[in-house]
Design a protein around this ligand. Structure first.
Ligand SMILES: *Cc1c(COP(=O)(O)O)cnc(C)c1O
Length: 409
């Protein structure tokens, strides 16, 4: 009897999935997409305008009319799609130009475009490590780096977040042969704190490991010309041979890249299955990303304004902390506020309250963050102004629970 759960093969499949979904709901980890009818920082959601503090569009470029125009112009010139993988016939002049610009911007010999950061991490780690090799991670590295290591079949090791001594001990204890990679987010995606890249580079050097930095959240935001955490910390390409960056965050478009030596990029084009067997990104998108890089270069005031907003938020948010909430240390646009005891129920109640006040912040729960550290992931953007930040602070002041009210879910 088709359609009755548990009787047909399709019904059995659904029954198994429904059990998992019910469990997800019971644990308050059920997630839902929201359909926006307008983006930017003043989003439209369920027919109402809300002031958003949850995107990764740190420079406010994703809805910049100049990028929309560049994308339209790119589509008129090059068409909407690339039509093939890069090695067949999908590699077009804007792709080549963009790779050149990204290499120059990050101070590296070459760069290679990928469709997404998730794919780039898989594409690079699978070439640099495999069975019998060791990949050492910060415990809070992005999920795509962990998944990439597992898919590569390499041994996955994790050290306590930001604990360089633990990283050193871990590498020192690795027995036998095999290649060694030390991998870290540049800016941690859910904490906003930066890796100590100089320390990691020393450790990698001392233990014959190659350092890989995924700077998805630092590029466009940190450093003199926005070239990211490596520029901000004065790190050279020799110290960090593999840099991964994404284009869907501060750059306001979509896609990712790996930057490094001629040989690294050459090897990826020969051996990276995640890069070889996929359609090359749209050339119109590459054309738009070139325009985004122009804006990042020509409008440093965006970064300066963002930095001023971050300073203002942190100074004023001090009044909110204590029993009610804990603001984690972060000098980047990612400002994590752990609510009460860090449980899911309290977080969701606060997020709901903020929404009633016309504000929208990301409510991040396990497994994206460790259990007991569910948080508001407040992200600031150059498109915000000081009044926006004050509105958020006022609402937080009213909505944060006193610790006694915290339900223990
Ligand atoms: C967002 C993110 C990615 C994934 O990039 P996409 O282009 O969104 O697939 C990879 N690494 C880190 C650290 C990220 O924050």
């Amino acid at each position: 009897m088709a359609g009755v759960p548990g009787t047909s093969p399709a019904g059995r499949l659904d029954a198994v999935l429904a059990t998992r979904i019910a469990d997800q709901k019971r644990r308050r980890r059920y997630r839902q997409r929201r359909t926006l009818t307008r983006g930017g920082v003043h989003v439209r959601l369920d027919g109402r305008e809300r002031l958003a503090f949850c995107s990764n569009d740190y420079l406010g470029l994703a809805d910049d009319p100049r990028l929309a125009e560049a994308m339209a112009e790119g589509a008129r010139r090059y068409g909407s799609g690339s039509g093939a993988s890069a090695l067949i016939s999908g590699y077009r002049t804007p792709h080549e130009a963009l790779e050149g610009r990204l290499a120059e911007w990050t101070g590296r010999r070459r760069a290679l475009l990928f469709t997404s950061g998730y794919q780039a991490n898989q594409g690079v780690l699978s070439v640099l490590a495999g069975r019998g090799d060791h990949v050492v991670h910060d415990r809070l590295n992005h999920a795509s780096l962990l998944d990439a290591t597992r898919l590569a079949g390499a041994r996955l090791h994790r050290y306590l977040h930001a604990d360089c001594d633990a990283a050193r001990d871990l590498l020192a204890r690795l027995a036998g042969g095999g290649r060694r990679l030390l991998v870290s987010d540049g800016v941690f995606s859910m904490g906003g704190d930066c890796a100590d890249v100089a320390a990691l580079a020393r450790i990698a050097g001392d233990h014959a490991a190659s350092l890989v930095i995924d700077d998805a959240h630092g590029l466009g935001v940190l450093g003199e010309s926005g070239a990211g955490v490596l520029q901000a910390q004065g790190m050279s390409a020799a110290q960090v041979p593999v840099l991964i960056g994404t284009l869907g965050k501060a750059l306001g478009t979509e896609g990712a890249f790996v930057a490094g030596s001629d040989t690294l990029i050459e090897a990826l084009t020969q051996f990276s299955r995640a890069w070889i067997y996929t359609t090359s990104p749209s050339p119109a998108l590459a054309h738009a990303t070139l325009a985004a890089l122009d804006i990042v270069r020509d409008e440093p005031e965006r970064r300066a304004h963002l930095e001023a907003l971050i300073g203002h938020f942190r100074r004023e948010a001090k009044a909110l902390t204590g029993d009610r909430a804990r603001l984690l240390p972060s000098g980047t646009p990612i400002q994590p506020l752990i609510i009460g005891n860090g449980d899911e129920a309290t977080l969701l109640a606060v997020a709901q309250g903020l929404e009633e006040d016309g504000l929208w912040c990301g409510a991040i729960r396990p497994p994206t963050v460790p259990a007991g550290s569910a948080r508001l992931r407040i992200t600031l953007s150059a498109a915000h102004d000081f009044d926006d930040i004050d509105r958020l602070l006022t609402a937080l002041q009213a909505r944060l629970p006193s610790i006694r009210e915290t339900p223990h879910a």
